[in-house]
Design a protein around this ligand. Structure first.
Ligand SMILES: Cc1cc2nc3c(=O)[nH]c(=O)nc-3n(C[C@H](O)[C@H](O)[C@H](O)COP(=O)(O)OP(=O)(O)OC[C@H]3O[C@@H](n4cnc5c(N)ncnc54)[C@H](O)[C@@H]3O)c2cc1C
Length: 515
C-alpha cells in the first residue's frame, strides 16, 4: 500500500507539495475550507471582471518551472506568461518618478533623472546581488532544524554578505545616495510585509530578482497559476476536496494520524499544513501538545503588516502602467504608523495594478479591472475597521488621483473591499497579517517554524509561515523542502531537483566591488 498524505489547504504551497509528492508515488488528498482553490493566490470573478485576490507580481518562475518539470510538464505549456517592461512605475510623493526597466542603459538614464551620481552604481548593485543570490539559494533550498544547520559551510560562506545588523536601506547606501533611488530598490521588502528600514539587508536580492529574472504577468492573473497547478495535481491523481474545512488534527500521542472534518475522519500517514501557520495551530492542534509554538508564545511573535484592498471594475480604459507604486511623501512616517503606532496614515503609500493594459481577458471590452492595495497595520485595537472602512476607502480613491486615476468614483461598476478584519475572519489569517510571521532575523532560518514541524510527529509545514518565508518563489521552495522531508521520512527516493551546487561554484569566483 502506498503512503497517504493529507494537505490542509489548496494555496500555492499546498498545491506545489501535492504535485511533488504525487509525482513521487504518494497518494495525496487536499482538503480546502473555501469553495475555490488558490488561497491568497486565487481569483475574484464577478460581473465580467477578474482580479487577483493577493499576488500580482510573479517573480522568479524558475522554481515553479522545475516543479512542473518534475510532473512531466512545463510552466510555459501550462500558463502563458508575459515579461513586463517597464516592470512598474514608482511615483514618489516627494517628487519624481521611475519607470523601472531591466534594460540597463535605459534604467541608468531613468536613475540619472533623479540622481546622476547614482546611475553608474545600478550595474554594480546587480553584480553584487547576483553573487549574493547564488550564495543564498542553497540556504533557501535547505531545511533548518537547529543551530547545527546554521553553522554549516554554506551559510558560513554567506555570512560576510549577510551583514545581519544592516537593513536593506542601509545596505543600499553603499550604492545610492538619493533616498528615492534607494526606495526603488528596497520597497520590495513590502512583499514580505516589512519596512525596508527594518528588513534585513539580505533581502536586497528581491529587487535584484526583478531586474535579472523579470517581473511576469501570467495571462488570467496569478490565480491562473494556481488553477494550472490544481489541474496538474489532479492529472497526477491528487484528490482536491473544496468546502471541506479541517476542524482538528487527530493524534496518537504526539503523532498525527489523521484529520477530522464535518464529513468524518480521514486517515493520514503524514499531514502537511498549508493553512496560515499561527491560525492553524490555534484552531487545529491542542495547546498542550505544543512546546515551542504554544498560543501564549504565538501571541508574542512579530507579525507582518496587513493590507487594505479595493477591487474595482471601472468603465473606461487607462493609459497607465501595468503596476504603479506610489510612495508617500513621508514614507518613514507611513511605515511607523503601520508597524509601530498601529494607526492609519493621513498620507498612505499604495499600489494600483491596471493589468488590462497587458491582459484584456480581465475585463469586458472598454472596461478596466483595477486592483488597489494599501499596506496598513495588522489587526490592532487602535483601528476598528467597522468604523474606518468607508473613510479609508474614500481616502484611497482620493490618493489614486495622484498617479493619474481621476474621475473613478462615477465609473465604478463593480467593487469589493477587503479590510484586515476580513483577512482575519473570512480568510483565517492570524491578526490579518497577510504576509505571515515577520521576516526579522530572530524569526528566520531555524528560528521560523520548521518545515518538519518540531512540536509534533508526522506534521510538516508549507507556505509563507515556514522556512524560507512569504512570497511565491520561496513558498514553492518551502514545498520542495517539505516534500523532500516527507519522502525521506517515508524512506522513499527524493527526486526533487536542485541547482544550488552549480550556482555556488560560480559565486565562489566573484570578488565584491569595494565602495
Ligand atoms: C494582498 C496580497 C498581495 C500579495 N502579493 C504578492 C506578490 O505580488 N507576489 C508574491 O510572490 N507574493 C505575494 N503575496 C504573498 C504570498 O505569495 C501569498 O499570500 C500566497 O498565496 C501565500 O501562499 P500559502 O501557500 O502560504 O497560503 P495561502 O495562499 O493562504 O493558502 C492557504 C490555504 O489554506 C486554506 N485553509 C486555511 N485553514 C484551513 C482549514 N482549517 N481547512 C482547510 N483549508 C484551510 C485556506 O483557505 C487557503 O486556501 C501577497 C499576499 C497578499 C495577501
Amino acid at each position: 500500500m502506498s503512503k497517504e498524505v493529507i494537505i490542509i489547504g489548496a494555496g500555492p504551497g499546498g498545491l506545489a507539495t501535492a504535485i511533488q509528492l504525487a509525482a513521487s508515488g504518494v497518494r495525496v488528498k487536499i482538503l480546502e475550507r473555501l469553495p475555490i482553490i488558490g488561497g491568497r493566490t486565487s481569483t475574484i470573478e464577478a460581473d465580467g471582471y477578474k482580479f487577483d485576490l493577493g499576488p500580482t507580481f510573479f517573480l522568479y518562475p524558475r522554481v515553479l518551472g522545475e516543479i512542473f518539470k518534475s510532473a512531466g510538464t512545463t510552466l510555459e505549456r501550462e500558463v502563458e506568461m508575459v515579461r513586463l517592461d517597464p516592470q512598474y512605475r514608482i511615483a514618489f510623493g516627494a517628487g519624481g518618478r521611475l519607470d523601472c526597466t531591466p534594460n540597463i542603459l535605459e534604467m541608468e538614464k531613468q536613475i540619472a533623472t533623479l540622481a546622476p551620481a547614482d546611475a553608474p552604481n545600478f550595474k554594480k548593485f546587480l553584480d553584487e546581488n547576483r553573487t549574493k543570490l547564488a550564495l543564498m539559494e542553497p540556504c533557501l533550498e535547505t531545511p533548518f532544524h537547529g543551530w547545527k544547520d546554521v553553522f554549516n559551510r554554506r551559510l558560513l560562506e554567506l555570512l560576510p554578505w549577510l551583514r545581519p545588523h544592516q537593513s536593506v536601506d542601509d545596505y543600499l547606501k553603499r550604492f545610492f545616495k538619493d533616498e528615492r533611488v534607494r526606495l526603488a530598490f528596497c520597497f520590495q521588502s513590502k512583499y514580505l510585509g516589512m519596512s525596508p528600514f527594518r528588513c534585513p539587508s539580505l533581502f536586497s536580492i528581491l529587487s535584484f530578482l526583478e531586474y535579472e529574472h523579470g517581473v511576469w504577468h501570467p495571462i488570467g492573473g496569478c490565480g491562473a497559476v494556481t488553477k494550472a497547478m490544481a489541474r496538474v495535481a489532479e492529472q497526477l491523481g491528487v484528490e482536491i476536496r473544496l468546502n471541506e474545512p479541517v476542524e482538528e488534527i487527530l493524534f496518537a500521542g504526539r503523532r498525527a494520524v489523521g484529520l477530522r472534518t464535518a464529513s468524518g475522519t480521514h486517515h493520514a500517514d503524514a499531514v502537511v499544513v498549508n493553512a496560515d501557520f499561527a491560525r492553524a495551530m490555534e484552531r487545529l492542534v491542542p495547546d498542550q501538545l505544543r512546546r515551542r509554538w504554544t498560543n501564549a508564545k504565538l501571541a508574542k511573535k512579530k507579525y507582518s503588516c496587513s493590507t487594505f484592498m479595493m477591487y474595482l471594475g471601472v468603465e473606461g480604459e487607462f493609459n497607465l502602467p501595468h503596476h504603479t507604486i506610489h510612495i508617500a511623501e513621508n514614507y518613514a512616517k507611513n511605515l511607523d504608523d503601520i508597524e509601530n503606532q498601529h494607526v492609519l496614515s493621513e498620507d498612505s503609500s499604495f499600489y494600483v495594478q491596471n493589468a488590462c493594459v497587458t491582459d484584456p481577458t480581465l475585463a469586458p471590452k472598454g472596461h478596466s479591472a483595477l486592483y488597489v492595495l494599501a499596506p496598513v497595520t495588522h489587526q490592532h485595537p487602535n483601528v476598528d475597521w467597522s468604523q474606518q472602512r468607508d473613510r479609508f476607502r474614500a481616502h484611497l480613491i482620493n490618493q489614486m488621483t495622484k498617479i493619474g486615476y481621476t474621475d473613478i468614483e462615477r465609473r465604478i461598476r463593480y467593487e469589493r473591499v477587503i479590510t484586515p478584519a476580513e483577512w482575519d475572519t473570512r480568510y483565517e489569517i492570524y491578526r490579518g497579517a497577510t504576509f505571515n510571521l515577520a521576516h526579522t532575523l530572530d524569526q528566520m532560518l531555524h528560528l521560523r517554524p520548521h518545515n518538519r514541524f518540531e512540536d509534533l510527529d508526522g506534521v510538516y509545514l508549507v507556505g509563507g509561515g515556514t522556512h524560507p518565508g512569504s512570497g511565491l518563489p520561496v513558498i514553492f521552495e518551502s514545498a520542495r523542502i517539505s516534500s523532500k522531508l516527507v519522502l525521506e521520512d517515508f524512506g522513499m527516493p527524493t527526486a526533487v531537483p536542485s541547482r544550488s551546487d552549480e550556482l555556488l561554484n560560480a559565486a565562489r569566483t566573484y570578488q565584491p566591488i569595494a565602495q
